[in-house]
Unconditional design. Structure first.
Length: 254
């Protein structure tokens, strides 16, 4: 951990002399968001065991570069690809991630262990040109999964994750702890997290999105239809317990 955050006394890290665990972090983010249409039945099938209500037939592919991420200062930047859908659960109008890929081991561990994210490791490319165009790719264990080329175009359509004026905020996930004695689940809950994020106004554009087949990462099975592409930036994302909304929504097992 390279940020300004310290261990919390009694914070639950075991053993207590472990290095600081990334409960808190901060970064800015550069995002290329590709909003697509996916057969709603496919999304519902993927989320069948969550109990979350699928809102519409849209899925966002968010290619996110985090320069100066306080978990990854030794590498200079971190990258995530989030494949995200809007959902409702109880009184929450929020999002969940079908797939996630992360370039940093600590970000990977924190997301999976703390929040139950569907994170996997990846390598990436993310190149930003002065004219606002962005190109990039995602590779997992030498297998290419995705590539994109974004070009600004003010005449391009702007489609967001939903048609509502206020977009769904935060993230909702089911966490599961494996049974240490064998195959099974010893603990499961539902957690919500909302971090401060104020994106710039979206820059409209055109995108060439390519998803590549992989036996272990079936992104191509979504067969997305591209509706819109836009780039955005936010100067602050994350920031720790003082500014984040983190809640245990429901305990399922035991």
């Amino acid at each position: 951990m390279f940020g300004r955050f310290d261990m919390h006394p009694g914070g639950g890290v075991n053993p207590p002399y472990s290095p600081a665990y990334p409960l808190e972090w901060e970064t800015g983010i550069h995002t290329v968001e590709v909003v697509t249409r996916v057969d709603r039945g496919k999304v519902a099938k993927l989320l069948a065991d969550t109990g979350f209500e699928v809102v519409n037939d849209r899925v966002a592919f968010r290619f996110m570069l985090s320069p100066g991420h306080t978990l990854s200062l030794h590498r200079g930047r971190m990258f995530d690809l989030m494949v995200t859908v809007p959902v409702r659960y109880r009184d929450l109008y929020t999002q969940t991630h079908l797939y996630m890929y992360c370039s940093d081991p600590m970000g990977l561990a924190a997301g999976r262990e703390l929040f139950g994210y569907t994170k996997k490791d990846c390598d990436f490319e993310f190149f930003e040109a002065e004219d606002g165009s962005v190109t990039g790719s995602v590779t997992r264990r030498s297998i290419p999964l995705a590539a994109f080329a974004f070009t600004p175009d003010p005449a391009a359509p702007l489609v967001r994750l939903t048609d509502d004026d206020e977009q769904p905020g935060g993230e909702l996930h089911v966490r599961r702890l494996p049974d240490p004695s064998g195959v099974g689940v010893s603990y499961a809950d539902v957690v919500y997290r909302r971090t401060p994020i104020r994106n710039s106004e979206p820059i409209r554009g055109r995108v060439d999105l390519q998803l590549l087949p992989s036996r272990f990462d079936p992104l191509t099975e979504l067969a997305p239809e591209v509706l819109s592409a836009q780039s955005m930036k936010t100067p602050v994302y994350g920031g720790g317990f003082a500014v984040e909304d983190r809640r245990l929504i429901e305990r399922r097992i035991p």
